[in-house]
Design a protein around this ligand. Structure first.
Ligand SMILES: C[S@@+](CC[C@H](N)C(=O)[O-])C[C@H]1O[C@@H](n2cnc3c(N)ncnc32)[C@H](O)[C@@H]1O
Length: 303
């Protein structure tokens, strides 16, 4: 094993019980029932192969998403009229939500465990960290980092997602914060930053399994993740603070993320913890696994 390979012996479940504006109300029968602000949604959940704990509750859903097995796209069935846009509070930010044809609504609530952790680290660091958020989606992580005092570079391939992030920035009153919004392919952007000699104190990556850059560049997690992680480690500053990788790809184990990070951070020392992001449902207390993660900090904790 190369010298200074990060220590890597902890596996964790980062479990959220939700918060005032988000609850996983119940799970079961291949579905999950969630409340986002004032709206209750019933969506497919392949992991929830157990029985619903409180079937009566499901009648309150404002809309249900129906899709053929394993299909990304599908259709919403509105039980009480169309939803339009609505908002919810996330760590005192106002976040705009809408029901998309990909079943998502603009937030992955289980990520709150990372958001709280990053906020605390950035505050503890007491210097303006530069943060790179790749595959940034609707920007909740970027806004939380910026509010905590970081300079943020947010990269996403979708103009629509960037426009949505700007809405979130405006309704949260964070327009004066130093955030660069960049519509680009994550892989190309990282390579360009390396050529320019730029660096970052913290890097977040939340890649989808498959994706497309703005010029149709192909992203394929299983084939391209190690290369991207390797390039990201080269982008770290000489006083790095953290790196977080999340994946929603069931074929992988969290150990795979762990080992990829460990390979490419050899020489940096420090520590990696990894495991699953989990949300606990209220009706039965069941723990629903949503994704895998690995999180690196430099020697001495870095803060
Ligand atoms: C946050 S990830 C999705 C992770 C998610 N939690 C899931 O279920 O897979 C999705 C974001 O990645 C962006 N994206 C996809 N391919 C990309 C690429 N090649 N470069 C940059 N962003 C990309 C999409 O536009 C989208 O906003």
């Amino acid at each position: 094993m190369p010298k200074d390979t990060p220590r890597a012996d902890r596996a964790e479940l980062l479990v959220t019980d939700g918060w005032e504006d988000y609850r996983l109300l119940d799970t079961g029968g291949g579905r999950k029932l969630e409340r986002f602000g004032r709206v209750v949604l019933d969506r497919p959940e392949p992991q929830a192969i157990w029985q619903k704990s409180d079937p009566g509750q499901w009648k309150q859903a404002d809309a249900a998403f129906e899709a053929k097995e394993d299909a990304e796209q599908g259709a919403w069935q509105y039980r009480k009229g169309r939803l339009g846009d609505w908002s919810m509070q996330v760590m005192d930010l106002d976040i705009r939500l809408r029901a998309t044809s990909f079943r998502h609504v603009g937030i992955f609530p289980e990520q709150i465990e990372h958001w709280r952790w990053m906020e605390a680290r950035i505050a503890a660091d007491k210097r303006p960290l530069s943060v790179l958020n790749l595959f940034g989606y609707t920007g909740v992580a970027s806004l939380i980092c910026a509010r905590a005092g970081a300079k943020v570079t947010h990269v996403d391939a979708s103009k629509k997602a960037i426009a949505w992030t700007r809405e979130n920035q405006a309704v949260s009153g964070l327009e004066d914060k130093p955030i660069r919004w960049i519509c680009d392919d994550a892989v190309k952007f990282v390579q360009r930053e390396l050529r320019r000699g730029n660096s970052y104190d913290a890097i977040l990556l939340d890649p989808p399994r498959y994706g497309r850059g703005p010029n149709n560049e192909v992203w394929h997690l299983f084939e391209m993740l190690p290369g991207l992680v390797s390039d990201c480690t080269k982008l770290l500053s000489n006083k790095p603070s953290f790196m977080i990788l999340t994946a929603y790809a069931v074929r992988l184990s969290f150990l795979t993320l762990h080992e990829v990070m460990r390979d490419h951070l050899a020489g940096h020392g420090g520590e990696i913890d990894s495991g699953e992001l989990v949300v606990r449902d209220q009706a039965g207390g069941r723990r629903l696994s949503t994704s895998l993660y690995a999180r690196w900090v430099p020697p001495g904790g870095g803060a």
